[in-house]
Ligand binder design. Structure first.
Ligand SMILES: Nc1ncnc2c1ncn2[C@@H]1O[C@H](COP(=O)(O)OP(=O)(O)OP(=O)(O)O)[C@@H](O)[C@H]1O
Ligand SMILES: [Mg+2]
Length: 317
C-alpha cells in the first residue's frame, strides 16, 4: 500500500477510538503499562496504560511538572522507572539502554537542546547515524571498510541539512546557531537514523516565528512520509494545527485523550491547565493563519537566554 494510503487509513482510524484515557489503538506502535517513576515521594509519572497510534502525529500535553519529559526519558532509556513495562514496535524495552532504544527506531529530542556546541553542524549530524563507522576496532583500522559508509553518512547528513535549510551552516559550530536553528539541527540529527518513532520535547520552544511555519511543515512531512511522531508542546496553536490525536497528562497520569478539537473543549483538560497556570491560551486556529504562533518578544528573550557557547555543555548529562 502506498505510504499516503497507510497514513490516511491510520488517521481515519482514530475516529473510532473511544475518548478515554488509555484507549486501545487499532495499530499501536508504543504501548506502556504500569509505568511509574517517583522522585522523593512525588509521582512524576504514574501511567496505568497508554497506546500511541502508528503513522499519526500525537501531541502529549499537560501543565508544567505533569511528567511529560519524565515519560519521554523513561520510554527512551534515559531514566529508569520504579515499575512498568512498555513495548515498542513489538519489542519490550524496559531495562534497555538509551543507545539500543535509539537503534530499535525510537529517537527523541530534548526540551533543552543537546547539540554539541563545540562541534560543527555536520559533525553533530554524523553522530546521529545509526551505525557509526569504525565501531569495531578491526573495521576502524581498515579504511576501505568504513570509507564508503562514511561517505553515505555525509551525503545523508547534507540532504537533511538542505531540507532543514542548515546546509550553509555545515562547517559552523553548533554553538553559533540560534536557539531555533539548534532545535532544527536536533530534529535533523534525530532523522539520521531513519527512526520509526520520533519523540520531540517542545520543538517550538525558543523558535523564531520566522521558523515556526517551516518547523510545522517538517513535522507533518515526517508523518506523511511514514514516520510516527509524538511531541510535547505547550503551544496550543501548534497542537491544534498539526496533531491528529492529543494525550493529556496531569500529575503523572494520563487524564484525557482524543482529537485536538474535542480534547481542548474538554472541561477536565481546561481545569488541568487552569489549575496550574491561569494564563494558558488553549489555542485558536484563526491566530495561526495570521502567522502569530509565538510572541516575538518572548522568543527573542528565549533566544537570548540560550547563550550559544555555554548552553549545550551545561545541559550535557
Ligand atoms: N531528576 C529529577 N529529580 C527530581 N525531581 C524531578 C526530576 N525530574 C523531574 N522531576 C519532577 O517530576 C515532575 C515531572 O517533571 P517533568 O519534567 O517530567 O514535567 P513536564 O511535564 O515535562 O513539565 P514541563 O512542561 O515544565 O517541561 C516534576 O514535579 C519535577 O519537578
Ligand atoms: Mg518537560
Amino acid at each position: 500500500m502506498p505510504v499516503e494510503d497507510v497514513v490516511a487509513r491510520a488517521r481515519n482510524g482514530l475516529a473510532q477510538i473511544p475518548r478515554v484515557p488509555g484507549a486501545p489503538k487499532p495499530d499501536a506502535l508504543l504501548v506502556a503499562d504500569g509505568v511509574r517513576r517517583s522522585f522523593g515521594g512525588v509521582n512524576a509519572v504514574d501511567v496505568e496504560h497508554v497506546e500511541i497510534q502508528k503513522h499519526v502525529i500525537t501531541a502529549l500535553i499537560g501543565p508544567n511538572g505533569a511528567g511529560k519529559t519524565t515519560f519521554f526519558n523513561l520510554m527512551t532509556g534515559f531514566d529508569k522507572p520504579d515499575t512498568g513495562s512498555w513495548v515498542f514496535d513489538g519489542t519490550p524495552l524496559a531495562g534497555v539502554a538509551a543507545s539500543r532504544v535509539a537503534k530499535s527506531g525510537m529517537v527523541r529530542t530534548f526540551q533543552l537542546t543537546k547539540a554539541l556546541a563545540r562541534m560543527t553542524v555536520l559533525d553533530n549530524m554524523r553522530l546521529g547515524a545509526r551505525d557509526q563507522p569504525g565501531e569495531g576496532l578491526f573495521t576502524a583500522l581498515v579504511k576501505p571498510l568504513w570509507a564508503p559508509r562514511e561517505r553515505a553518512i555525509t551525503e545523508k547528513a547534507m540532504t537533511l541539512l538542505e531540507r532543514f535549510k542548515l546546509d550553509t551552516k555545515k562547517d559552523d559550530f553548533a554553538g553559533s546557531l540560534s536557539g531555533g536553528q539548534r532545535k532544527l539541527l536536533e530534529m535533523a540529527r534525530a532523522l539520521m537514523s531513519d527512526p520509526t518513532l520520533v519523540m520531540l520535547d517542545e520543538p517550538m520552544a525558543g523558535v523564531n516565528p520566522a521558523l515556526t511555519q517551516s518547523l510545522l511543515g517538517h513535522i507533518t512531512d515526517l508523518r506523511d512520509s511514514g514516520t510516527t511522531v509524538l511531541f510535547v508542546e505547550h503551544d496550543m496553536h501548534m497542537v491544534r494545527h498539526i496533531s491528529d490525536w492529543v494525550v493529556v497528562m496531569a500529575q503523572g497520569k494520563v487524564v484525557a485523550e482524543g482529537p485536538p478539537s474535542e480534547v481542548m473543549a474538554d472541561q477536565a483538560v481546561i481545569d488541568a491547565y487552569l489549575g496550574a497556570h491561569h494564563d494558558t491560551d488553549l489555542g485558536d486556529d484563526a491566530l495561526l493563519d495570521e502567522g502569530g504562533v509565538i510572541d516575538a518578544e518572548a522568543e527573542a528573550e528565549a533566544d537570548a537566554e540560550l547563550s550559544p557557547t555555554t548552553k549545550a555543555e551545561e545541559k550535557a548529562p
